[in-house]
Design a protein around this ligand. Structure first.
Ligand code: DON
Length: 321
């Protein structure tokens, strides 16, 4: 099928209408390599179940996954060990605290980390990745992601180095995890895997494709390949709705209503499941969405990206609620 020119025009218009919202955020200063990005960028890509891509704005830019990787390492680990094994080690409860807060873990310890999308839970999941060494664990994740997007991926060494040197809080979290017996490997090894996965380079097109696969419960409707089970997809979508946008998750669910996962680089991965009773013409059979807008708000979500998704979801009736 040909790209629908009307959808393309609308997306281009909405990117420009929302570009002004970049002033509501700033680039992530606590990771110097991210802090140097141009905050004025905004781009989006959407893909439908037939493989039609619609891209508008700053779509060529490569950026790092950051916290978006937390959803993907969780899926990879669940595929290998099964959900039960993983959920014995990390819970699926929102915290109401910042993504890198020590408070929930400290107050509730030695309970398991609240969810795999806060840093404590994500570091726990990274350490679980199969492989005898940190390199092999990272390689497992990288290969899993390469199968999803259909081409090789690589890590951004500058972003890795920048975060490695400034990751004091993550180190503190990892020491808590080690003390509470949630890490079977050394603290520095777990951090290495976690920081490496956060530094994987991606673009909005790849994010959109991954979003489509999650929206289709682990199945790629274009290649007809299954990547993970319905059960895993269900838990991931619940986590995306309840924890994916951190302390804005409730607002995002109310006003956007699409399972999504953000990262401090300004990326958002969003999964629109099919909604056959929808009255609108666009994306009734579901879609994947990738957004890039490096100016992030206080919660750590792309400021303009979130506003743009709100508009798109409303106009095209994409909310799952
Ligand atoms: O650990 C960190 O702080 C970053 N590597 C990732 C945090 C992040 O992306 C939170 N998302 N909004």
């Amino acid at each position: 099928m040909q790209n629908n020119p009307h959808i393309q025009e609308q997306l281009e218009k909405w990117v420009e209408e929302n570009r002004g919202h970049v002033v509501l955020g700033t680039t992530a200063q606590y990771i110097p390599a991210l802090g140097n990005e141009d905050p004025a960028q905004l781009g989006i890509c959407m893909i439908d179940e037939e493989g039609n891509y619609y891209a508008a704005g700053d779509t060529e830019k490569e950026f790092t996954l950051q916290s978006v990787s937390k959803a993907l390492s969780f899926i990879a680990v669940c595929c290998h060990y099964g959900l039960d094994y993983v959920l014995e080690r990390v819970d699926v409860e929102p915290t109401g605290e910042a993504f890198n807060s020590i408070i929930p873990f400290e107050i509730h310890r030695p309970n398991k980390p609240f969810n795999p999308f806060i840093n404590a839970g994500a570091i726990t999941v990274s350490a679980l990745l199969p492989g005898q060494t940190p390199q092999k664990k990272f390689q497992f994740l990288l290969e899993f992601l390469e199968k999803l997007v259909g081409h090789p991926l690589e890590m951004d060494q500058e972003v890795y180095d920048s975060e490695w040197q400034t990751s004091h809080r993550n180190r503190a979290l990892a020491y808590y995890l080690k003390e509470a017996n949630f890490l079977d490997i050394e603290v520095e090894e777990a951090l290495d895997i976690y920081i490496s996965q956060c530094a994987i380079k991606i673009n909005v097109k790849d994010l959109a494709l991954i979003g489509l696969i999650i929206g289709y419960d682990g199945y790629n409707p274009i290649t007809k390949e299954r990547h993970f089970s319905d059960d895993i997809a269900q838990v991931v979508k619940v986590l995306m709705v309840t924890c994916g946008m951190y302390n804005s998750s409730g607002n995002f669910a109310a006003h956007v209503g699409i399972p999504a996962k953000s990262g401090v680089s300004g990326g958002i991965l969003a999964a629109v499941p099919p909604k056959l009773h929808s009255q609108t013409y666009a994306f009734r059979a579901g879609a994947g969405i990738g957004v890039y807008g490096p100016a992030i708000d206080v919660q750590g979500n792309s400021a303009a990206g979130t506003m743009m998704l709100k508009q798109i979801s409303k106009e095209w009736d994409l909310s799952i609620f």
